[in-house]
Design a protein around this ligand. Structure first.
Ligand code: FAD
Ligand code: 2HG
Ligand code: ZN
Length: 462
């Protein structure tokens, strides 16, 4: 038997024959990412069902010198969830799928916390929390596929960061398996727990390079009794940023402040149907959502009216159907862009006050790097996070990526606001974080994963 068939045999012994997918047809959906820009070949996809099975898979892979690609819902947008086109050391790659770890424990109502398996989807967690009268503080468009483990690994942000923060802020405890198969577990859910290095914080945003997340203890937030949404038209990104700032100041219950533009909205309407919310075209659109124990519509209306000259037009969405239509205009950008071709997706943040300047300069930079490319901009304006999507350049052509990331750094921003570094941006990590930070990251990586079997080529340049 070859070393690879030995490894397959031990993986089958660890998780059961039916959970080791070696057939190319069964592997295929796990080998290409959501954007179709990244793909690679796996020896097998292994679907572990318990933390002990995860540990056994890690021990087997380490012994066999195989690399492990952790995978949740495979909705990540930086290529970290699928095998590398070329594994840095030429080793076989095993996709470790965590989606079977999807149990949802009873909500701890007194503590406002819940413990869930890493493979539970965000949507399942949200429904579970709602059933106990709570909500979860993070929300994003891929809610029906993205898993809690993947969201921790990427420190996912989403639409409610201005209110509740990203995934890292929801973490009260964690269970994870390190590269040598050891299980680290601290799940009592103590908000006050000052006993040294905080492993949940370290693993949040580690993108599967330090350990496999198997279970998490999460904080919950009050379930908003009522919500109100307004769509506001402004002259441009500067005015939208000023509006968002003013609304943050005047609306303590602001949940979301989202930005999009005319071309993106048109694309969404062509892709999914529906009609324009405003008769005239405007320079920028802002979707604002507030929550309250009583209907916050009047409060929102008053705050928007208070912004006077910044508002060109506004629509209050008073019922659930209108709110859903307004949200679809923003959330469906990702799928509408994907339908145009394989996108270059850059997920930058710049200081909120410079968003307008960034919008102007990024279009110029893309025009120079890739004449004729189509650019769609949208994002979470409340936290300065703009999604830059470019259609046209070949997937392997990085000129446009370089131009956008260079500009973000030059303007005091970051190359990744919420999607992570993945394989897409490793070359830019040092320019963003600096050599000293990257050296510390490398030291942590070497301590926890000395053989570099966990997601090689992701986050840190190989
Ligand atoms: P995967 O894609 O499977 O994996 C992502 C990364 O985490 C990979 O590096 C993988 O190796 C690692 N990983 C996965 N599971 C584990 C685990 N258990 N232990 C260790 N490492 C693991 N992201 C945002 O931040 N905000 C948004 O608003 C947002 N909206 C989106 C909308 C759409 C339509 C889509 C397609 C994506 C969106 N995303 C967004 C990106 C994506 O949903 C998030 O990055 C999400 O956190 C990925 O979760 P996942 O389970 O799909 O992880
Ligand atoms: C969003 O905010 C997601 O919609 C996806 O983060 C962003 O499509 C993108 O680039
Ligand atoms: Zn986003």
């Amino acid at each position: 038997m070859s070393a690879e068939s030995d490894l397959l045999a031990s993986l089958r012994a660890a998780v059961g024959d039916g959970h080791v997918l070696a057939d190319p047809a069964l592997r295929a959906g796990h080998e290409t990412d959501w954007s179709r820009r990244w793909r690679g070949e796996a020896l097998a996809v292994v679907r572990a069902g318990t933390v002990e099975e995860v540990a056994a898979v890690l021990v087997d892979c380490r012994a066999a010198g195989a690399a492990i690609i952790p995978q949740g819902g495979n909705t990540g947008l930086v290529g970290g969830s699928v095998p590398r086109g070329r594994e840095p050391r030429g080793r076989p790659q095993v996709v470790l799928s965590l989606t079977r770890l999807r149990d949802l424990e009873v909500v701890d109502v007194a503590a406002a916390e819940v413990t869930v398996g890493a493979g539970a989807t965000l949507g399942a967690l949200q429904a579970h929390a709602r059933g106990a009268g709570y909500a979860f503080g993070v929300d994003l468009g891929a809610r029906d596929s993205a898993t809690i483990g993947g969201m921790i690994a990427t420190n996912a942000g989403g639409v409610n960061v201005i209110r509740h923060g990203p995934m890292r802020q929801q973490l009260v405890g964690l269970e994870a398996v390190t590269a040598d198969g050891a299980v680290v577990r601290r799940l009592p859910g103590l908000v006050k727990d000052n006993t040294g290095y905080h492993l949940p914080s370290l693993l949040a945003g580690s993108e599967g390079t330090l350990a496999i997340v198997t279970r998490a203890r999460l904080r919950l937030v009050p379930l908003p009794a009522r919500r109100a949404v307004a769509l506001v038209a402004a002259d441009g990104a500067d005015e939208a940023a000023a509006l968002s700032g003013e609304l943050r100041r005047t609306l303590p219950s602001l949940l979301a402040a989202e930005l999009f533009f005319e071309d993106g909205m048109e694309l969404v309407l062509r892709h999914s149907g529906g009609s324009r919310p405003f008769r005239e075209q405007h320079g920028a659109y802002l979707l604002v959502e507030v929550e309250g124990s009583r209907d916050p519509t009047d409060e929102l209306l008053g705050a928007v009216e208070g912004c006077g000259g910044l508002v060109r037009d506004a629509i209050m969405c008073t019922d659930e159907a209108e709110r859903a239509r307004a949200w679809a205009l923003r959330e469906r950008h990702t799928e509408a862009v994907n339908a145009q071709g394989v996108p270059h997706k850059l997920d930058v943040a710049v200081p909120v006050g410079r968003i307008g300047e960034f919008v102007r300069r990024v279009k110029e930079a893309i025009g120079e790097a890739a004449p004729g490319a189509r650019t769609y901009l949208y994002g979470h304006i409340g936290d300065g996070n703009l999604h830059v999507n470019v259609i046209g350049p070949a997937p392997e052509d990085e000129a446009v990526d370089d131009a956008v990331l260079e500009l973000a750094i030059a303007m005091g921003g970051t190359i990744s606001a919420e999607h992570g570094i993945g394989v897409a941006k490793t070359a830019w990590l040092e320019a963003d974080r600096g050599a000293a930070d990257v050296a510390v990251m490398r030291a942590i990586k070497a301590a926890l994963d000395p053989d570099a079997i966990l997601n090689p080529g992701v986050l840190l340049p190989a």
